[in-house]
Design a protein around this ligand. Structure first.
Ligand code: ADP
Ligand code: MG
Length: 291
């Protein structure tokens, strides 16, 4: 058996050997140069640096996020030298940045949605728009009014239309909230101290839109503790609640089951019953308006 000392020496030799070999590749050499760290530091990270080079190579011939071959979609595993150490993190690629910038501009569009900007030329949407205009006229927080379960394909304008309604009603001092449902769940997990406050707020706010239900990962906790509780409370207090979904109500029930256990079936049914009590079911047929 090798002595400890010898083993260490051999290890170091291997490191050096591998590093020198890797440096024969131009891209690797350049990456190490941009790091500006001492050579014996870089040596310890040869295989991770090679991973970076591989990912950068993938990027060179990449045509867009959908074609991404890297470990984390839209990102490059990238090194940085700090205090004689190399730290790797996932840096967003150009396509990812572009996508984010687009989303932000769409978010702004939706935040500022207004009835006067609604495009009414598409007569497939007339029914929904008529319903919304009427709701806007008639709604009073003290009245028992049902909301909408608005379903339809991606980009058809579901979120936009309900947001326009909420903005219109803000002018009459009616408070409202839009929660992007898949994100609510991770927000609650991240800020658990605020759990009670968040839940109370969502139970109490006059108008609530639960946006994109059906796009979340279903767990017993999210379905029964979070969604179930909010809906039950809003039902009891006659608070108007809206939903948007890419799924119709039957598909949503299927989605909420998550498993074929009969217990799950009962619980999914219970949520669906609440949604049906709270809303009128309409579908929005339209082409994708997202750019
Ligand atoms: P969905 O929620 O159905 O997936 P969105 O509400 O996000 O779709 O709408 C997709 C895009 O189309 C958004 O950028 C939105 O601003 C725009 N849009 C939707 N409906 C209208 C409309 N009636 N007038 C103008 N722009 C609209
Ligand atoms: Mg939407």
């Amino acid at each position: 058996m090798l002595e400890m000392k010898e083993m260490k020496a051999k290890g170091k030799m291997d490191l050096k050997h591998n590093f020198i070999l890797a440096c024969k590749e131009e891209k690797f050499k350049r990456l190490v140069a941009t790091l500006k760290c001492p050579g014996d530091v870089a040596m310890k990270y040869t295989s991770s640096l090679e991973d970076t080079v591989q990912e950068l190579n993938n990027c060179d011939s990449c045509k867009g996020i959908a074609f991404c071959k890297n470990r984390l979609e839209g990102h490059v595993y990238y090194p940085e030298c700090k205090d004689e150490k190399i730290i790797f993190s996932y840096a967003p690629c150009k396509y990812f940045k572009e996508m984010k910038a687009n989303e932000t501009s769409q978010d702004d569009e939706i935040k500022n949605a207004s009835f006067k900007d609604i495009d009414i030329s598409d007569n497939k949407r007339t029914k929904v728009i008529r319903w919304l205009t009427n709701f806007c006229k008639e709604y009073e927080p003290s009245k028992k009014s049902k909301g909408l379960f608005l379903h339809g394909s991606f980009g058809s304008g579901k979120t936009y239309l309900i947001s326009a309604l909420f903005n219109e009603l803000k002018k009459k001092n009616i408070n409202s909230e839009i929660v992007y449902y898949p994100e609510l769940l991770s927000d609650i997990k991240e800020d658990f101290d605020n759990y009670g406050n968040t839940m109370n707020y969502l139970k109490e706010v006059d108008l609530l839109l639960i946006d994109d239900i059906g796009a979340e990962k279903v767990t017993e906790w999210s379905r029964d503790e979070i969604l179930g509780t909010i809906l039950q409370s809003r039902m009891n207090n006659y608070k108007t609640t809206f939903f948007t979904s890419n799924l119709n109500i039957e598909e949503l029930e299927q989605h909420l089951r998550a498993s074929s256990y009969s217990d799950d079936q009962v619980k999914a049914r219970r949520i669906i019953e609440r949604i049906k009590q709270l809303t009128i079911d309409l579908d929005l047929v339209s082409e994708n308006r997202r750019k």
